[in-house]
Ligand binder design. Structure first.
Ligand SMILES: *Cc1c(COP(=O)(O)O)cnc(C)c1O
Length: 403
């Protein structure tokens, strides 16, 4: 096979993000990995080819992306998919009728939907528990448990699970541990080093980073598991296009730079909101008051760029704030260079019945920010004006009007 050999992880993260899997192309010296926009590859004799025979199975642009991602997760292997959910669906094809899966309770909505509304019909069973408590995980493990699926930090309350502890429980019961690492990105958290078996990404978010492509990936170390997943990737066919791989690769080159800025801005904004009179609560793993802060500080290299907060007066006030924000755009998704804002009760988590939302701690006045990498003073000023009292805004406008 002519597949490029994975380079060793000896260089620093920012260097690997730019170079691993991305050596100049051999025929022309092109610095950037080309978009190999081809479905098939010429064979010199039947069955004799240069490592590529059909683009669902393998494509050189995808090979480059997979090598780069594997390196960033300090993994031996990576497989790229057409979306995060494509990756999740393919991962779940490892299991069969009768298998039991333990999942974080506030797992990504699309993952919950896949588990509850698709895979239960295929005879898989699920227990959704608060995985931030090791006792809770332990309590639901059975002889048929094959997987512990964790998200940390979670969406939108940024709950933290001790990955090492969860993986330990999974392994003692002969199960695998998968971590959806989308919210942290490999720049801030590398779950395989903490004992997880599989790392899943929606590359749509921080990894690609520019809100211009949907993609997914799974990274892992174990060879036989990789071979099974590689078979399933080709068998199920949720593979990314060469252009999508190119976009994800281009985004990854600046991951280190972007993540530092996301975190710096998010920290600043979390501290601004914490002291704001109209805010009841701020959720950000970097705040020492955040439940799980100590574990996050121990298992992560930083706290990433998502900040959630509750306004005191509930949904009406939250709506008003969103209506007034100018730089923060109202949109689902996260992890791009631009700042986004959303109301979980109405947008990402609307499909959860109100009662269950309340039980899960999702207040109707909860606002989630995906803090971008714009100038932080501009972002704070935007929040300040959006959250100011109507009357004070009017006064301020009147005073500054002549200018
Ligand atoms: C977006 C997201 C997914 C799903 O990824 P898609 O690329 O949208 O299919 C999975 N997990 C998390 C945590 C996400 O944020």
């Amino acid at each position: 096979m002519a597949r490029r050999k994975l380079q060793r992880h000896s260089q620093q993260f920012a260097t690997r993000a730019i170079h691993v899997g991305q050596e100049p192309e051999s025929a022309t010296g092109a610095i950037t990995v080309p978009i190999y926009q081809t479905s098939t590859f010429a064979q010199t004799a039947p069955g004799v080819h240069k490592g590529y025979d059909y683009s669902r199975t393998d494509n050189p642009t995808r090979t480059a992306l997979q090598a780069a991602l594997a390196s960033l997760e300090s993994a031996a292997y990576c497989l790229a998919f057409s979306s995060g959910m494509g990756a999740a669906t393919t991962a779940m094809l490892l299991f069969k009728h009768g298998d039991h899966i333990v999942s974080s309770r506030d797992v990504y909505g699309g993952t919950y939907r896949l588990f509850k509304r698709v895979l239960e019909d295929f005879g898989l069973t699920f227990s959704f528990v608060e995985t931030s408590s090791a006792k809770e995980i332990e309590r639901v493990m059975t002889g048929r448990t094959r997987l512990v699926w964790i998200e940390s930090p979670t969406n939108p309350l940024l709950r933290i699970t001790d990955i090492r502890a969860a993986a330990g429980i999974a392994h003692r019961h002969g199960a695998l541990c998968l971590v959806d690492n989308t919210f942290a990105s490999p720049f801030f958290q590398r779950p395989l080093a903490l004992g997880a078996d599989l790392v899943l990404h929606s590359t749509t978010k921080y990894l690609a980073g520019h809100a211009d492509v949907v993609g997914g990936a799974i990274c892992l170390n174990e060879r036989s598991l990789y071979e099974r997943l590689k078979f399933l990737q080709n068998a199920a066919g949720a593979t990314p296009s060469p252009f999508d791989c190119f976009l994800a690769l281009r985004g990854i080159k600046t991951l280190a730079l972007r993540m530092r800025e996301h975190e710096k801005n998010a920290t600043h904004i979390a501290n601004f909101l914490k002291d704001h009179p109209r805010v009841r609560r701020v959720y950000y793993p970097g705040l020492s008051s955040h439940p799980g802060h100590e574990i996050a500080a121990a298992q992560m290299d930083g706290f990433s760029g998502i900040v959630s907060f509750e306004v005191k007066r509930g949904l009406a006030e939250a709506r008003r704030v969103l209506g007034r924000l100018k730089i923060f755009k109202i949109a689902e998704s996260l992890g791009g260079v631009e700042s986004l804002v959303e109301l979980p009760a109405i947008m990402t988590h609307a499909s959860i019945p109100a009662e269950e939302r309340t039980r899960a701690g999702l207040d109707d006045g909860l606002i989630r920010l995906s803090v971008g990498i714009e100038n932080v003073e501009d972002l704070v000023a935007d929040l300040k004006q959006a959250m100011g009292r109507k009357v004070s805004i009017r006064l301020k406008t009147a005073v500054s009007a002549p200018a």
